[in-house]
Ligand binder design. Structure first.
Ligand code: RB5
Length: 142
């Protein structure tokens, strides 16, 4: 189960993400927002982050205008490793190296075609399980 969250700035891209998940039979829990009416992104970041940190959802996707505010807010929750990605290489690397559990993107920065490739890479790339990466992730939590 994938937890979804966005603010008004991220809503247009989130609609594309939902379409992709529906078409590919990927289950999700959508925490909103559900329109382009102005809202405060920390509320959505926190709901998604807690769903992932508590194990209700295995990964999360967060979108705001830049992806910056919503990823900063998500990373305040213990156990969350939210990665703001604007390219496919970073999405793949952050899964392999950081075991990132939330992908953040900026709807005003990254177009929908690239964003869906980033999403695909994030969802399909497993953590490497390399000892050095496990050690470094543990150090983040200390
Ligand atoms: C909203 O206008 C905008 O500030 C927000 O979507 C995001 O870009 C914040 O980091």
């Amino acid at each position: 189960m994938i937890a979804l969250g966005c603010d008004h700035g991220g809503y247009p891209l989130m609609k594309e993400i939902i379409k992709y998940l529906d078409e590919n039979g990927i289950a999700y829990k959508n925490f909103g927002t559900f329109s382009e009416e102005s809202v405060d992104y920390p509320a959505y970041a926190k709901q998604v982050a807690h769903a992932v940190a508590d194990g209700v959802c295995e990964k999360g996707i967060l979108v705001c205008g830049t992806g910056i505010g919503i990823s900063i807010a998500a990373n305040k929750v213990k156990g969350i490793r939210a990665a703001l990605c604007g390219d496919v290489f970073s999405a793949k690397a952050t899964r392999e190296h950081n075991d990132a559990n939330i992908l953040a993107m900026g709807a005003r920065v990254t177009g929908p075609g690239l964003a869906l490739e980033i999403l695909k890479a994030f969802l399909e790339t497993p953590f490497s399980n390399d000892e050095r990466h496990i050690r470094r992730i543990r150090q983040i939590e200390e």
